[in-house]
Design a protein around this ligand. Sequence first.
Ligand code: NAP
Ligand code: ZN
Length: 353
Amino acid sequence: MYTVKAYAATSATSPLAPLSIPRRDPLKHDVQIDILFCGVCHSDIHHVRDEFGSAMPTIFPIVPGHEIVGRVTSIGADVTKHNIGDIVAVGCLVDAESTCPHCRVNREQYSPTKVLTYNSPDKHGTAPATYGGYAESIVVDERFVLRVPGNLDLAGVAPLVCAGITAYSPIRRWGVTKGQKVGIVGLGGLGHMGVKFARSLGAHVVLFTTSPRKREDALRIGAHEVVVSRNPDEMAAHVNTFDFILDTVSAPHDLNEYLALLHPEGNLTLVGASAEKIDVSAYSLIFGGRSLSGSLIGGIAETQEMLDFCGEHNIVSDVEVIGMQDINEAYQRLEKGDVKYRFSIDMSTLKNT
Ligand code: NAP
Ligand code: ZN
């Protein structure tokens, strides 16, 4: 075991502050990674504030961060996928039993045996819970360590392994392709990646926002059209026209308004994780045979496919790079929707805090 500096919250109302945490020494299948950048996901805030409640209670202290990019500094004796010096990424998952039926079909995210990067019981017993990427380094089983294409800016790569894959996976699953009309709801971390992926696959992309000031950015990022969702006339113009809608909103809102925009047999996939119950009218689904589904990040093979796709298409997240000392202010700004469009922490700043 060794000790690293990290940033942690000790209660749902505490600011994040420096804390020394233990990491295991690399085992034979482990990769030890010096963290270079870590993205700031809205889920980090939900967890730190214990907003998922009994569904996913937070174990304190919590070290958030599941959008990790770093350099390999050490490998276990049996590691074959990675070498010392490689630039790699770690997303929301750090373990799962490979014999589980979900893992066998590359859907580790739905495995009851999955271990999340933070706030999961630590099966190695190094600490009461796994600790995430707001830290100097991390040790992860090689199966959950991803290769990073060499042509991409690393600050913008970090968010790909949560925000990116969470948008990419349902977009691929529902077969988004050239000529389709696709809606993305919310221009935040997930939403701006959804716009980029849907556009790069050839769809006609409409971005729904509550923030009229984001219109120009949405068009620059790749949307063909922008709809201010609080304007009923703008919404009405799109009734019955969408093949697919990806909803990334982090707060309660009316899904029936969006279901009405799908054409018959269209799908709305929810990835935004508001803890509130959702009120959906049966008629919104039945008339038109529409479907509503959810989606959780993506499996490891699909995450690698997404990173390779980003390498080929030169796609990264639009980031504001911050220092570790700015994290509490960044949380306040993220809660107000004041970020373009993901914070990425330059982890070299941690040592100065
Ligand atoms: P984010 O950057 O804060 O973006 C969320 C966007 O939702 C905002 O930019 C805003 O867009 C819109 N929004 C916020 N409050 C709203 C309200 N009251 N009414 C309508 N729209 C509102 O967050 P994120 O990191 O992209 O995460 C989005 C959600 O996905 C979070 O709940 C997060 O926990 C969840 N998540 C889920 C998964 C998964 O696997 N399913 C993975 C990662 C994150 P506009 O200003 O454009 O309206
Ligand atoms: Zn996330």
